[in-house]
Every structure is written in C-alpha cells, then in structure tokens.
Design a binder for this molecule. Sequence first.
Ligand code: NAD
Ligand code: ZN
Length: 378
Amino acid sequence: MGSCHETGPKLIRCKAAVCRVPGEPLVFEEVVVAPPKAFEVRIKVICTSLCHTDVSYWRSKEFASSILGHETVGIVESVGEGAEEVAVGDKVVPMFQPNCRKCGPCRSEKNNLCDAVQARSFGMPRDGTSRITDAAGASLTNLFGISSFSEYTVVDVASIVKVDPKMPPDRVCPLSCGISTGLGAAWRVADVEAGSSVVIFGLGAVGLAVAEGARLRGAAKIIGVDLNPNKILIGKKFGITDFINPKEIGEKPVNEIVKELTNCGADYSFECIGLTSTMNEAFRSSKNGGKTIILGLDVQGSLCINTQELLFGKTIVGSILGGTKVKVDIPIFIKKYLDKELQLDEFITHQIGFDEINKAFDLLNAGECIRCIIWMDK
Ligand code: NAD
Ligand code: ZN
C-alpha cells in the first residue's frame, strides 16, 4: 500500500457487497482490488449511501455480478501515474460524471458532460473495464467507474473532488450524487430566481435538494408532489410551501391543481421520480414559457410531448447530475454547508454498518429514508 513508485501498490483483498442476482439481497464476498492504472486513484471507502439509481440498476439483469454504489467518500490509498493532483491520505468524493477541466464541455459554462473522459454506466471511464475481481478471479461489473459497496475501490482522477478535511464524511457522502443533482438542477439548469414558482415531483434526496436550492434562491412557491404523506413534514424543512398527494385528489390530474396554485402553471417543473407518467405530468404542470427539468431515471422510458405546447415557449430538458461541474461546484456546496447556509444534516435520516447494507434497500424502497449512510468500519 502507499506510494505507487518503486515497488508500486499491491493487490488489496477486502470485503465487498456483491449483487449476484438482480433484485436479491447483496452478498458479502472477499474481492481483489487491483492497483490504480494511469489517471486512477485507489481509495479506502469511509462510508457510502444508497441512491435510487443503485436500486434501479440492482433490479436490472445487466448488473448481475456487479458492485453497485456511487455515493461515497474515501481516503486516497494509492495514486496512479498522472493522477498526482491528489495525494495519499487526501479525503475525496468520487463523482460519476468526470470533469477533466480542459475539453470543450468542461470549459463551457453550459455543459457538464466532459467529452475527454466520458461517464459510463459500466466500468472505468477511460477503458470500460473493472478493477475488482471475485475470489475466483472473475471480473465484477463496475457501476459508473465507482462501485463503492466495497471497502476499497478505484476511481478516475477526473471523477474525484478533494474535500475540505473539516467536512464530516456522512454530510459530504450524498453530495456525491443525489443532493448535488438537485442543487445543480435548481441553480445551473433552471437558474431559479426570487419570486418564481416551482413544482417538484418526488421528494426523495434529489427532489428535496431541488427544494433546498429553490428555497435559497427565494422562490415564492415550492409545490411538492409525492405519494408518501411522511414527506410533508420533511418537505417543509426544505421550503416546500404546498403539498399534493396524487392519491388524495380523486380524478383531478396533478397539473390542474398546480395551475390553480400558481398563475396558470409553474415557472419551473422538476421530475425527480423516474416515471414517464410523472414526466408528462411535470411538463403539463409548467406554464407557457416555463421550463421542465427531468432528473429521474426511467431505464426504458420514452416521452410523448404535445408539440403545440412547445410553440408556447415551454421547454423540457434532462440533466446528468443537475448540470453540476463537479470540480467547481462541489467545493462551493461544501463551503455553503460549512458556512451554515446550505442544509445537509436533514437529508441524513439513517446510519448503519456495512454488514447491514441490505437494510438500506428496504428503507429506501419503503419510503422511510432520505439518505442512509452505510459506514464501512461499523
Ligand atoms: P427516492 O426513492 O429517495 O425518492 C423518490 C420519491 O418519489 C419518493 O419520495 C417516492 O415516494 C416518490 N414517488 C414515487 N413514485 C411516485 C409517484 N408515482 N408520484 C409521486 N411521487 C412518487 O429517489 P432519489 O434517490 O431521490 O432519486 C430520484 C430519481 O432521480 C431516481 O429516478 C434516480 O434514479 C434519479 N437520479 C438521477 C440523477 C441524475 O443525474 N439525473 C442523479 C441521482 C438520481
Ligand atoms: Zn445517484
């Protein structure tokens, strides 16, 4: 372990929670984590959390024999050639969207999709392979080049952000995906302004982070739509002013209620669930000239849009990580938290040990938690 020079980093044997059968509990196995290649960094995972995207992929047969997990924070254990922007011992947050800072999209203010180091669902961004094998030597599918449900993992240097050591690991962990997606969507994609109206479909970590972003921008009305009545209380902490439960409104479509609560529709409409039905409803809830932002992942989905509505200036856009430019924005989010401007504590509803990781799936699926922190050493 340690420096990559002279003898170089060795293989590491450690514990990982492996998805063997889609939709079945993860299985603990000893795995072998290869040393970092060029432009890669091996990290010791401190903690990880469960995002709904992990759950969607956990159910997909493409992820049989995989290591899931992409919200995490860790300590750099060894550094590959060309990855010296971080050093052994640094606290870092891996992000599934790389940010090389040199290519056209990285230099553009309007695009966060690095094209020099491209994000992938499977494998390391530069070559699509995995650095983790099982005890029999078979390669385990790597999610997003992160695979954080392992005590050690390897990530690309373009995908990691060095973290202020003062930042508590459990508070920074969900910034690795869900919370940054919501904040970025409110600030970068929508650019919500004071006095505007916002509707958010789905009040998980992503949707509540949109609310937090809209609250901090001074939005006048922030309408939350969720089937789970428990989201009313937590939503209020993030500035939700009105709550719609689609189960409690009879035959009336949600968009009609949004139009009644706003001046003929919301200025900004966010879909944070991952269903084409709620994406359509989000679009219908936006006013003429309004913007709909799709953040939810629907693995099979396709949308049918009324093109006349487009003529009235309505726009619809999707976004990876809410347009967050990770090396620029994550340090800003962290500073806002340390300055007590941004609320992060309220997102962390549960804390468990690595051995209990399957409980995190039960909690998220039951709608009982926003983010569950899974500590590797507990
Ligand atoms: P979550 O499971 O914590 O929250 C989803 C919320 O939606 C829950 O509160 C649930 O009660 C509610 N809900 C479910 N079905 C509903 C319905 N039909 N009507 C109203 N409410 C409904 O999920 P999360 O971790 O916040 O993720 C939300 C979505 O965002 C997922 O699809 C996830 O894959 C996606 N995501 C996308 C990005 C990105 O880069 N675009 C990043 C992170 C997550
Ligand atoms: Zn995620």
